[in-house]
Write a protein that binds this ligand. Structure first.
Ligand SMILES: NC(=O)c1ccc[n+]([C@@H]2O[C@H](COP(=O)([O-])OP(=O)(O)OC[C@H]3O[C@@H](n4cnc5c(N)ncnc54)[C@H](OP(=O)(O)O)[C@@H]3O)[C@@H](O)[C@H]2O)c1
Length: 350
């Protein structure tokens, strides 16, 4: 069962959660990544096949995809890995999935959509917390208000970030914010807006962030104006605003290396108990030209637990024949109600 599924970056924190789910179901995914030294103990422990290879050369990557039907890329920051792996997948006729949340990565892969389509290959980045629950919520809101022309999304993640998420955040610190305005991606200053949002337990302070849905919700719904907010303590909102004036400093090797050393010294990610205790709350609102609104909330499990569940489920479905060639978002293929399949998930229309 599912022996033709390759997990790249298999020694990473999130990949290991996915491998655990696969093993519980008796699946035998191929473990891949750039470091044989790091992968070998994992492959030995779980008696799984091993394919060590780096992503420097698409031709070599494609050769390593022989006999594979689906790649689930868990190696992030994806700005370093997604394009090469997706190109190799197209060349080898293999479906490509990942767990990115990076806008630039979504946009780059969307441009590869027509080529993927001709090759009969599906490219679906964002099969984790970003963007599965939010993309399903957005599709539901569009269904409630078909003439919506503006979308505001927000989320509150209760739990702590993993090593890879923290590294990805640090690498994007100096890049500023992003919204979609009249169908176009539009750069805005970091933390350029804040607002109070009620996720179900009273108003919470949130700030605008450059989240993946600014890219994907447009593909899923064609709503031309999109912004995303994240619940954040005041100190973080101050830091985000300060980074506008410190962009060069934040992006400098000195500061980047300092922050990454601190991340490397910390734990790989939330432990089992922290994942169990954590939760994710999403809120979305659409508005039409007449000023009418529709608002819905989605409550679900902790972000990394959910990422493992959705990424593994999408990988299985893709291997099982549910793939659609071309660039696809989760809700386009699996529908707005897909997220309701996962235990602990509840949607409420307000
Ligand atoms: N969308 C979501 O909701 C969501 C959820 C979870 C995680 N993520 C993202 O997923 C990524 C992984 O997170 P994590 O916490 O699992 O990270 P992690 O524990 O730090 O693992 C990262 C993995 O990526 C590999 N890698 C990094 N750069 C690479 C490169 N240039 N070439 C080949 N392999 C490379 C690493 O290999 P080495 O060990 O050899 O360095 C490692 O296997 C992050 O970008 C994170 O933001 C997103």
């Amino acid at each position: 069962m599912n022996n033709n599924l390759l997990i790249y970056g298999a020694n990473g924190y999130t990949a290991e959660l996915i491998i655990e789910l696969a093993l519980n179901e008796g699946a035998k995914p191929i473990l891949a990544g750039r470091s044989e030294e790091k992968l070998a103990p994992l492959a030995k422990r779980h008696k799984l096949p091993l394919r060590p290879f780096a992503l420097d050369e698409p031709g070599i990557v494609a050769k390593n995809l022989a006999g594979v039907a689906v790649v689930l890329n868990c190696a992030g920051p994806f700005s370093r890995t997604a394009k090469t792996m997706a190109e190799a997948c197209i060349e080898a006729g293999v479906h490509y999935l990942d767990i990115t949340g990076e806008i630039d990565v979504f946009e780059a892969l969307a441009l590869m959509g027509p080529k993927a389509s001709r090759a009969g290959v599906m490219l679906m980045p964002g099969t984790g917390f970003d963007v599965v629950p939010s993309d399903c919520l957005v599709a539901h809101l569009k269904r409630r208000m078909p003439d919506a022309n503006a979308l505001t999304l927000a989320f509150q993640a209760i739990g702590r970030p993993s090593h890879g998420t923290a590294t990805t955040m640090v690498e994007n610190l100096h890049r500023g914010g992003m919204i979609r305005r009249d169908g176009k991606l539009t750069a805005v200053p970091s933390g350029s807006a804040s607002r109070e949002i009620d996720f179900g337990r009273g108003p919470v302070s949130t700030m605008r962030i450059p989240w993946g849905d600014v890219s994907t919700a447009w593909v899923s719904t064609a709503i031309p104006n999109i912004e995303v907010f994240m619940a954040a303590p005041t100190a973080l909102q101050w830091m985000a605003r300060a980074s506008r004036y410190l962009g060069g400093v934040m992006g400098s090797n000195l500061v980047q290396n300092l922050l990454k050393r601190q991340i490397d010294g910390g734990p790989a990610g939330p432990n089992a108990e922290q994942r169990q205790r954590g939760a994710s709350h999403l809120w979305g609102q659409v508005r039409n030209a007449a000023g009418q609104t529709a608002t819905s909330r989605l409550d679900t499990v902790e972000g990394y637990a959910l990422t493992a569940l959705t990424a593994w489920d999408i990988a299985k479905r893709t291997a099982g024949g549910e793939a659609q060639p071309g660039y696809r978002t989760p809700s386009l293929v699996f529908g707005a109600d897909y997220i309701l399949n996962f235990a602990g998930t509840k949607r409420t229309d307000l």
